[in-house]
Design a protein around this ligand. Structure first.
Ligand code: 5GP
Length: 115
């Protein structure tokens, strides 16, 4: 069987995580090392290594990821104050887990430009 990513192991329940949202295509969890008062990860069940590997056939999934990101932000109480979405893609962005995920950060003002 093919190697499972860290996030696939979490989605499959092999590694524990605090799940805040789940449907057939998408799972959202709390980040283990939060960089803001609220830090969630919105992850497609399909283990695309990064945005760079997404194809035309993934268009609906990518849209669903953004809609889910807003939904979990709203559920976490971030809608009024606002929040930031981050998709680290590749080495220069600092991507560490090779399974596409959207960071949802909120609960404090965010600096710009990012690091
Ligand atoms: P990246 O650096 O790839 O954009 O983001 C990976 C994120 O996954 C990091 O924010 C990191 O804290 C988080 N992370 C790494 N390992 C685990 C884990 O085992 N559980 C959870 N919940 N988050 C993790």
């Amino acid at each position: 069987m093919a190697h499972k990513t860290l996030f696939t192991k979490i989605i499959d329940g092999e590694i524990p995580a605090k799940v805040v949202y789940r449907d057939e295509q998408i799972v959202a969890i709390q980040d283990i090392n939060p960089q803001a008062p609220t830090h969630l990860l919105v992850i497609p069940v399909k283990p695309l290594p990064s945005l760079a590997q997404a194809e035309a056939g993934d268009q609906a999934l990518l849209g669903a990821l953004l809609l889910a990101a807003h939904r979990v932000a709203e559920q976490a109480g971030l809608a009024a104050g606002g929040y930031r979405l981050v998709i680290n893609t590749g080495a220069h962005a600092g991507q560490t887990v090779p399974h596409l995920h959207v960071h949802v950060l909120g609960g404090r003002p965010m600096a710009w430009p990012p690091g």
